[in-house]
Every structure is written in C-alpha cells, then in structure tokens.
Design a protein around this ligand. Structure first.
Ligand code: NIG
Ligand code: FE
Length: 420
C-alpha cells in the first residue's frame, strides 16, 4: 500500500477527529486546525494526522510542507461546465446598460447557450468540459457537481448528460450530475409553456432515469423562468425516478423557490440573492441547504445573498462557483471564498467551512470528502508559504494552491495522478 507523508505542516486545516456531516450557525466560525502537524496518506485514504511530535518515521514518499498550510480540497456543489461557447458579447452589452434579464428576454442568455450547444458535437463538448474540469482541479477543487440545462431538447439534454457521464469515467475527482431540463422555456415553446413542462416530465425525465444519467433534478424557479407550480410538478416527477431536487431559486426575485424547494425536500436551494425573513424561516424548518454563489452576484452586479443573516439565524451556508458562461465564468473556489468574506462578511473560517464540508454535504459526499479525517479520501492541497489561514481570502487574486493531492497521490496537470 503506497504511503505519502506530509511533514512540518504549518497549519492543517479542517482536521476533524469526530467527523461532522455539516456545520451550521455559530459552529461555522469554528474550523478545527492542527498547528505544526503531519498528515499520513495510505493508498487513496487519509490514514493519520496529528502534531509533529507523533509523526511517523518513514513513508514511501515524504513531502516537507514547512511554512505551508494543508486544506481539504474545495467541494464545488454547483457548476455548469458543459457548454459550447463563452458569451462575451452579452458581457459587453451589460457594460453598456442592458440587464441580464433583458438580454434573456431578447433571446440571449441561456437560450443563446442552448442554440450553440445544439450545434456542437458530443466529442467537442467533452473536450472543452474536460479542460475546464482540469482547470478547476488545478485550483484545488476535489469534488464537483455539473448540470445539464443548455440542451432544452430531449436530444441535447441527453447529449449533455452523456458528456457528464464520460467526464465521470475519466475524472480524478467525484462528479455528481444534475438534470436541468427546466433551465429556460425555449423560444418555440414561448406561448406553450405547459407543453415544455410536459416534455420535461414525460419525455426527458424518463429517459434520463432509464439511462441512469443524473443524480439530481434542478429547475430554475424564478421571475421570467419557471413558476412555483411548474417547479413543484417537475420536482415531484423527479422524485418518482429517485432524483432528489437541487434547485436554482431567488436569483432575480422573491420567487417562492426557496419554499417550494424546502417543501419538496431539496438537497439544496441555490443562489438566494433575494432572501428575507420568510425564506430564512422556511430554511430553518427543513434540511435543505442554502447554497450561495457570490461570483454570480459579482459578475452580474446584482445584490449578494444575505449570508450573515442566514448564519446568524443558525443556517448551514454552502458556497459554490456556479461556473457557467452567462452569470459566473469562473471556477475558482478560492475567489468565491474571498468574495464571501469581502462582500458577504463571512469570516474566513465560515467561508472555508462553507466551501469544503458543507459543499460536500450539498453533494451527499460528506462521508468521503470535505475534511481531513481518518478514513476519508485523500483529496487535499498544500498551499504556497502563507502567513495565516486568513491570507487565503485576503490574497484574492493569487493562486495560493501549490500542490494538489488527489486519491492519495500528487497530481499534475500534464500527467494526471502521478507521484513525483
Ligand atoms: O446559475 N440562473 C440560472 N442559471 C445559471 C446561469 C445560466 C446562464 O446565464 O447561462 C446560473 O446563474
Ligand atoms: Fe447555476
């Protein structure tokens, strides 16, 4: 069994002796750490950790991490990395004064991405998505969720999900697939919305389920997209096939999306830029996780979700990138953590909890990922030399990830999972 020993770690971050499933409210400010630590990996698992005085003598490979911090890999629970093309023309149109919603109403936005994706082959989509996956792995992401939703026809939604299946087969990190057929009403169904929802429920979902292509079911429940009633119908149909909901809600308005997600036992409701007392009360009444995507608020210039209020109310906040071509063209979890601190007043400890353990929970991967705990998968990264943990969000433009370790071995972009 190959072993890898990391010695002289300045601070081992999110090191749990008694692994927790999720952290909420005031607990979010507590991040368990060990200073002057060692970490032993055996095979693809974490075998032991502790203070240097207990460090084992030898291992097959030894890394000296003096001056460096070790973090569990980021867990990015919300992305759309399968897409055909970037959308800089909309970015420029927004600089010139158009809003995201106005662009969508004019046939841009998600419909623009759908058109491009329909014209792109499965192989090309796979190649491009694989590059994005490798990019985010190099930034320290060690578990990820990927959505469909730029297909919007039976054929193209299946094409996207098959791309995700191919990614799963070759990925060094775990991937969860989410079916998002209800991302937008296609142009040709504009005056026949019920027929589009019928298509999602009666044609797409059964095929997605039959081929086992998705782990979750998503709907964009918001002003100008899907209503609460439509969302509920799709989520309930998803449940019939064993697909748990994980939905987009309240990005553009108080849409009722949070409440319908909680009522339908969603794993998470994501975005939540429009959150008030009613939404917080609803979240407190159930198990659904609030997932915040501050890179989207940053990029679109919309309000940030009230993270502080949510945590102070006792909620378990999650952070994710939302990596997509329209509202968040970046997969850098470290930047999301920085935005959470700078713009939403989350403490560094809270943001790191939200981006690791709580992110794992939002993909139901918390037993294997999201923290440094004996028996968990050894997905982690060693930082550049750093002054303190708070430097991670403070140095918001720097890539402080020096060495990525996946499945117990040093990973490098060119060669995948190689020791050395
Ligand atoms: O999470 N809000 C809905 N979906 C994506 C954006 C999709 C797009 O603009 O392409 C999001 O922000
Ligand atoms: Fe999204």
């Amino acid at each position: 069994m190959p072993s890898l020993l990391i010695r002289n770690i300045k601070t081992l971050v999110q090191a749990e002796t008694n692994p927790r499933a999720v952290v909420r409210g005031a607990e979010m400010a507590e991040l368990p750490v060990v200073h002057q630590a060692f970490l032993l990996l055996e095979d693809d698992r974490i075998a032991a950790f502790g203070p240097m005085e207990n460090c084992p003598e030898r291992a097959d490979q030894v890394i000296d991490a003096s001056g460096r911090l070790v973090f569990p890999s980021w867990c990015d629970s919300h992305t759309h990395i399968v897409f055909a093309a970037t959308r800089e023309e909309e970015f420029v149109a927004r600089i010139q004064g158009l809003s995201y919603e106005e662009i969508a109403r004019r046939g841009g936005g998600i419909l623009n991405s759908a058109l491009r994706l329909q014209q792109t082959s499965e192989d090309e989509l796979f190649e491009n998505a694989y590059k994005r996956l490798m990019e985010v792995v190099s930034y320290g992401t060690g578990a990820i969720e990927i959505k469909s939703g730029y297909g919007l026809t039976v054929e193209s939604e299946l094409k996207m999900l098959r791309v995700i299946r191919r990614l799963k087969a070759v990925s060094p990190i775990p991937i969860k697939a989410t079916f998002l057929g209800a991302h937008a009403i296609p142009e040709n169904y504009k005056n026949r919305r019920k027929e589009y929802v019928d298509l999602v429920v009666q044609k797409m979902l059964p095929q997605v389920a039959e081929e086992g292509l998705a782990d979750y079911c998503d709907v964009f429940c918001d002003r100008g997209f899907f209503t609460v009633a439509e969302t509920e119908r799709i989520l309930q149909a998803g449940w019939m096939y064993g697909l748990k909901p994980k939905i987009h809600a309240n990005e553009l308005d108080y849409s009722g999306g949070v409440q319908v997600g909680v009522a339908n036992h969603a794993i998470s409701v994501d975005h939540l830029e429009y959150t008030e007392t009613a939404e917080i009360k609803s979240l407190l009444s159930g198990q659904t996780l609030p997932t915040l995507l501050p890179a989207c608020a940053f990029f679109l210039g919309i309000p940030y979700a009230p993270a502080r209020r949510m945590i102070d109310a006792g909620l378990p906040v999650v952070l994710a990138t939302d990596y997509n071509p329209g509202s968040a063209p970046s997969g850098r979890m470290a930047f999301v953590v920085a935005l959470a601190c700078i713009k939403m007043k989350m403490l560094p400890e809270e943001a790191i909890n939200a981006a690791t353990l709580n992110g794992a929970r939002a993909m139901e991967l918390e037993k294997e990922y999201g923290s440094i705990a004996v028996g968990k998968k050894a997905n982690l990264f060693i930082s550049e030399p750093m002054a303190s943990l708070a430097q991670m969000p403070y140095s918001f433009g720097s890539n402080l990830v020096e060495t990525v370790i996946l499945n117990g071995a040093v990973w490098n972009v060119a060669g995948g999972n190689k020791i050395g």
